[in-house]
Design a protein around this ligand. Structure first.
Ligand code: GLC
Ligand code: CA
Length: 524
């Protein structure tokens, strides 16, 4: 494999790219992105300069949660292709020096999974204990007060047995019982199945919630719970000390770490903990290699908030961090940060700031085109979740025209046609395009000296609109304000990367356009 730098693991210094498979590239005109479609776009990814891709679930699934409801962990849904297509994709990707990570969904299966179907036959089923079952409360209601992350109670009654089963997400996504050693064994086999096929790692869905409280105790309520309030509000009405982040999950990660290390595979988590110490507890170093820090997806465009979101986890986690400003679960950053070119400039500035911090940045497909959310008219919404995640999941605009080069059929998710200049075809190799700005950023980062052992020193004094830090010979600076700004920071290096409007004003000072950002390197 190409591009291993330094003595550390291959992901030190790497950049990832998240592929939302349904919407990336469709090879057979059924309107659904697929594995062969990805294979046809490997050249694009290599030219962009990413080192690995993480592909969202492609397993057989009833698609109640668009693939995050898995009915068979060791196969491919026919809509996405076949195992042979997967093998071909791996071979081609590796030939081009690109690594492939798959999305593992261990917290819950689909209710259509044979394990759950068997469990439904009754308490004597060999698979009953693969899931979390409990008798009703004394009043006949759910066994405790846990609620689902997608809203409503976390328990659904199975009429036949009179018991409830638990689900942190949809009722079609029953939670697996990670206190059952058979479940643990099954997943050891599942990991090895994919590793033997050549995958380079796993993104663990809902990592941290696997093991539940052994006594299924109710969570303390910390605010009023309104059953018709939005799901975030419902969730925050409780102190989630018994349903998620149980320390026993760590034993599972340690086990998977040992397996992954045999294959030099990268184990990273969807570690949705908004407190940096909580994240550090989830990823202490001997389990998952890394975990996502989610604040950049939530932060408002406010310099103090940005500073905090960037600095908070750095000293605690270092290279164990993963950074992303977007995903298939949240509005695209350019939309969140003001829309249009304003949002695009801000998102790029944030990506420049992230680019030299410890850890691994991951771009979400289309971020390199500066995409804002696609517009999905109310009648076309497909996401089962109330907040609506369709806008960030609309098809990738490859080229102008109907189907935008994503499909020659009808896209699975309807959205208003993208403008021609949003497409890859219009942007690739065009100086000044968003795609060029991102490609240049990735190229500049690749050419920097190895920063792994360099601490981060914040150099902006903690106030004013400019955020900057130094790491060894590298200085990174961004102007978060809407006005040009003269940065009062010691800048003595050569410009390795700059967005438009960044100029060296005089010795030691930099004039930075509104929302501009730059990377400078001091010659050694
Ligand atoms: C993760 C996924 C999300 C999914 C949920 C349930 O948060 O990113 O898309 O709905 O897990 O599996
Ligand atoms: Ca297809």
């Amino acid at each position: 494999m190409a591009r291993r730098q330094g003595p550390g693991p291959w992901w030190h210094g790497a950049i990832g790219y998240q592929i939302y498979i349904r919407s990336f590239a469709d090879s057979n005109a059924d309107g659904i992105g697929d594995l062969t479609g990805i294979r046809g776009r490997l050249g694009y990814l290599v030219d962009l300069g990413v080192d690995f891709v993480w592909i969202t679930p492609f397993y057989p699934s009833p698609m109640a949660d668009w693939g995050y409801d898995v009915a068979d962990y060791c196969d491919i849904d026919p809509r996405f292709g076949t195992l042979a297509d997967f093998d071909d994709l791996i071979v081609d990707a590796h030939r081009r020096g690109l690594r492939i990570l798959v999305d593992l969904v261990p917290n819950h299966s689909s209710d259509a999974h044979p394990w759950f179907q068997d469990a439904l036959t009754g308490p004597d089923s060999d698979y009953r204990d693969y899931y979390v079952w409990a008798d009703p409360d004394s009043d006949g209601g759910p066994p405790n007060n846990w609620i689902a992350y997608f809203g409503g109670p976390a328990w659904t009654l199975d009429q036949a047995s009179g018991q409830y089963y638990m689900h942190l997400f949809l009722p079609e996504q029953p939670d697996l019982n990670w206190r059952n050693p058979s479940v643990v064994d099954e997943f050891d086999r599942i990991l090895r199945f994919w590793l033997e096929r050549g995958v380079d790692g796993f993104r663990i869905d809902v990592a941290g919630a696997l093991v539940k409280d052994d006594r299924l105790r109710s969570n303390p309520q910390v605010g009023p719970w309104d059953p018709i309030a939005g799901r975030a509000k419902q969730w925050l009405a409780f102190d989630h000390r018994h349903d998620v982040f149980q320390p026993e999950s760590h034993q599972v990660f340690r086990r998977w770490r040992a397996i992954c290390d045999e294959y030099d595979a990268y184990l990273l988590g969807e570690t949705y903990h908004r407190d940096p110490q909580g994240l550090a507890d989830l990823v202490p170093g001997d389990g998952m290699h890394g975990g996502f820090w989610f604040e950049p997806m939530h932060v408002d465009w406010d310099v103090d908030e940005l500073r905090r979101a960037l600095a908070a986890p750095v000293d605690l986690l270092g290279e164990r961090l993963l950074w992303a400003t977007g995903s298939h679960d949240v509005p695209r950053s350019p939309s969140r940060f003001g829309g249009g070119d304003l949002g695009r400039e801000r998102t790029l500035a944030l990506n420049v700031l992230i680019s030299c911090l410890p850890g691994v940045p991951v771009l979400y497909q289309g971020e390199e085109l500066g995409l804002v959310d696609g517009r999905v008219p109310p009648g076309a919404v497909l996401d089962p979740v109330e907040s609506g995640r369709d806008g960030c999941r609309t098809p990738m605009p490859w080229e102008p025209g109907p189907g935008t080069g994503f499909t020659t059929g009808e896209p699975w998710l309807y959205s208003d046609r993208r403008a021609d200049d949003e497409t890859a075809q219009a942007q690739v190799n065009r100086p000044g395009s968003w795609h060029s700005r991102y490609t240049d950023l990735l190229a500049a980062r690749r050419d920097l000296p190895d920063l792994v052992n360099e601490p981060v020193v914040w150099t902006d004094g903690g106030d004013g609109p400019v955020i900057s830090y130094r790491r060894g010979p590298v200085t990174v600076v961004a102007n978060t304000s809407g006005h040009a700004h003269q940065a009062e920071i010691p800048v003595d290096g050569a410009v390795a990367y700059a967005t438009p409007g960044v100029v060296a004003a005089d010795a030691g000072h930099l004039s930075i356009a509104a929302h501009g950002a730059a990377i400078l390197v001091t010659p050694s």
